[in-house]
Design a protein around this ligand. Structure first.
Ligand SMILES: Nc1ncnc2c1ncn2[C@@H]1O[C@H](COP(=O)(O)OP(=O)(O)OP(=O)(O)O)[C@@H](O)[C@H]1O
Ligand SMILES: [Mg+2]
Length: 321
């Protein structure tokens, strides 16, 4: 198996009136060729921040303060902005969270895909038209619909169009940030099916961001569970589902017990993740943790390898709930 993307000890701050907020701390993961990584956690745990940093598209107040993002052997964080443009969209592409609701209402879907094509290089009209048709077919939209406007597309079709745009410059890593949120369950399943199909057919590596472990179970090979900007647990889907160690992962699994309920809203974990300006001193999950001890309130647990390729950050991995 070959590693396409190797993220090591990534840390990201947001500046808030001169004070740094530590949104992402020391996060590491790898994405293999043709495989898919699920990035899971509740709202505010740093998923989108992490994904935007891979594209080097953080907002102005966001700053990568440590770590490396290696695409094959190139650390993207060492590149000039100009050099980064050879990677952004062409090697790594993203379907932004909520983007399907931000399509331009007064331009046809075909025009908007054409614009995505021009990120690579200028191509003439005839070639562009052929390529737009190919991209639409690839994501399961009839090419004739290129002349239609976003309001003539259903939610699922708009999300397919967003995926076509992300694929325009033939990336090998596709990041999909909550691609199924706000779609109804049947349509969600179709979008996940499409991502799986593209992964297999194009040899794409996919990073799928979601709140929902049920979604991960359907499509992903590996899972990174984030909590409060840190890695709670990281391993293969089999390991995370069958031998979860972190109490947060276990709670997430209880919240989504049934994979057929993919997409349901997470409601059953009492409490909320900590705000960035009031982080607990010790483990960030401690205030909500059913197995917390004095140690947990005092010291942040290190991420440690529980078994080969299975990592968790918990002081009490031996305690089963
Ligand atoms: N531009 C910003 N300035 C300051 N803080 C920010 C900014 N963007 C995000 N944050 C904070 O960073 C943390 C992580 O946010 P992020 O959007 O990455 O979370 P997320 O896991 O993607 O959440 P969701 O599931 O709601 O999309 C949150 O506490 C959020 O409030
Ligand atoms: Mg997000």
């Amino acid at each position: 198996m070959s590693v396409v993307l190797d993220v090591q000890n990534l840390s990201i701050d947001y500046q808030d009136n001169g004070h740094p907020l530590h949104a992402v701390v020391d996060v590491s993961f790898q994405v293999q060729k043709g495989r898919s990584l699920g990035l899971v956690g509740e709202s505010g745990c740093g998923k989108t921040t992490t994904m935007l940093s891979l594209m080097r598209l953080l907002p102005a107040e966001g700053r990568i303060v440590g770590g490396a993002i290696r695409y094959h052997d190139t650390d993207l964080l060492q590149l000039s902005e100009k050099a980064m443009q050879q990677y952004r969209w062409k090697h790594l592409a993203i379907v932004f969270q909520g983007a399907m609701n931000a399509l331009n209402p007064v331009r046809t879907v075909g025009d908007q895909i054409a614009e995505a094509l021009q990120k690579d290089k200028h191509i003439d009209r005839r070639k562009a038209r052929i390529r737009i048709g190919e991209l639409m077919e690839m994501v399961g939209i009839a090419p004739e619909r290129a002349a239609q406007y976003p309001h003539q597309f259903s939610g699922g079709m708009r999300q397919r169009a967003m995926i076509a745009m992300a694929l325009a410059c033939e990336p090998d890593v596709l990041i999909a940030d909550e691609p199924t949120t706000a779609l109804d369950v049947m349509i969600q399943a179709q979008i996940l099916e499409l991502l799986k199909h593209l992964q297999e057919q194009l040899g794409l590596s996919v990073i799928l961001v979601t709140h929902d472990l049920g979604v991960v179970a359907e499509v992903c090979d590996d899972v990174l569970v984030m909590y409060g900007g840190k890695t709670a647990e990281y391993g293969s889907v089999d390991t995370i589902f069958n031998e979860p160690v972190h109490p947060y992962t276990r709670r997430l699994l209880e919240a989504f017990p049934d994979v057929d309920r993919a997409g349901s809203v997470l409601t059953s974990i009492p409490g909320h993740p900590p705000p960035l300006d009031a982080l607990p001193l010790g483990c960030r999950f401690e205030p909500r943790c059913p197995i917390r001890s004095d140690l947990c309130a005092k010291a942040s647990p290190m991420l440690t390898e529980q078994q080969p390729d299975h990592f968790a950050a918990c002081h009490h991995p031996e305690i089963q709930l």
